[in-house]
Design a protein around this ligand. Structure first.
Ligand code: NDP
Length: 289
């Protein structure tokens, strides 16, 4: 059976491997060039169709998948009236950016008013998860919309959680990021302290991964941090944006750790913003000298 056509906007570190999985699963893929040619060329070589604009992509799509950097791009692309008018009836928007719940709700309001179903569906699992097709999706919206999107999402996701109404996907993703940012700081400090105490870093990982201080960050990021390998991955500037979403949503509650983490990532951003967020350890070590 012919698969429905998918318009994919946001062909970056995450979007490119996700889009490749869709093509490899037989979905006709429609794309456009924003600034960078290389992901567009790579996808066209695999069979994607390139269009002159996002509006043209929308016209040719039965699903539109977006994974853009921040709220700003989500608003610019998805709330442009001419873009919404280009969407054909029956098309579903799957919005996968790590954005804020409030912007997601505004977008969903505009789309649902135009009869376009929306899934709020950020992801976790990093570029490795995207390349392996093993992402975790935090899906929110009407359960029937998720049912409609399941087959498509399964092309690049191993786990799909239904988390509630529109905004809940972005909300739980922001909570995950706030925790991940704090865990990264904890791993950075653990490495410094281990060195001070003459504890071999691989011993640190082995022992603590089977103890109560274990974390995904310790397991997956200690090596990069020790080798000072900060090729993104996930840019520090995007991590700052995510903690800011969490801190902003939590303005009326006390989140001292999140706010302290936000201040540290903000201070590091001007120098390390385009490097992997593990570079926060570099910032901490320079700050301490
Ligand atoms: P990147 O910066 O690598 O990619 C962003 C992509 O968006 C680029 O292809 C860029 O194109 C494109 N883009 C920017 N503005 C527009 C626009 N106006 N119209 C169309 N395309 C546009 O980011 P990531 O892929 O790393 O992250 C994307 C989202 O996923 C973020 O919200 C991030 O927080 C989240 N995320 C990232 C993870 C990671 O490990 N990297 C893990 C989980 C979630 P161009 O370069 O041509 O401007």
């Amino acid at each position: 059976m012919t698969k429905p056509s998918v318009g994919f906007l946001g062909l970056g570190a995450m979007g490119l491997p996700m889009a490749k999985h869709l093509i490899q699963s037989g979905y006709p893929l429609h794309i456009t060039c924003n600034r960078s040619r290389s992901p567009v060329d790579a996808l066209v070589a695999l069979g994607a169709t390139e269009h002159s604009s996002a509006k043209e992509v929308a016209k040719h799509s039965t699903f539109i998948v977006t994974i853009l950097p921040t709220d700003k791009e989500m608003e610019e692309v998805l709330l442009a009236p001419s873009f919404i008018r280009s969407i054909t009836p029956g098309t579903t928007l799957i919005e996968m950016t790590s954005g804020s719940p409030s912007v997601m709700k505004r977008i969903a309001e505009a789309y649902l008013a135009s009869g376009i179903p929306v899934l709020d569906a950020p992801v976790s699992g990093g570029t490795v998860g995207a390349e392996k097709g093993k992402l975790t999706v935090m899906a929110a919206g009407d359960p029937s919309t998720l049912d409609h999107c399941q087959s498509l999402l399964s092309c690049f996701a191993a786990t799909i959680h239904y988390v509630g109404s529109i905004g809940a996907g972005k909300g739980i993703k922001a909570i995950n990021q706030m925790m991940a940012a704090v865990h990264m700081l904890a791993v950075s400090e653990a490495a410094v302290l281990a060195e001070q105490l003459d504890i071999e870093p691989h011993m640190l990982r082995e022992v603590i991964m089977s103890s109560s201080g274990a974390s995904w960050m310790l397991e997956n990021k200690l090596e990069a941090l020790l080798q000072e390998n900060y090729i993104p991955g996930f840019k520090l500037s995007l991590m700052r944006k995510d903690i800011q979403i969490a801190a902003g949503e939590g303005k009326t509650v006390d989140l001292p750790l999140s706010n302290f983490a936000l201040a540290l990532y903000q201070q590091a951003e001007s120098t390390y913003g385009n490097l992997d967020f593990a570079a926060i350890s570099q910032y901490l070590s320079e700050r301490g000298t």
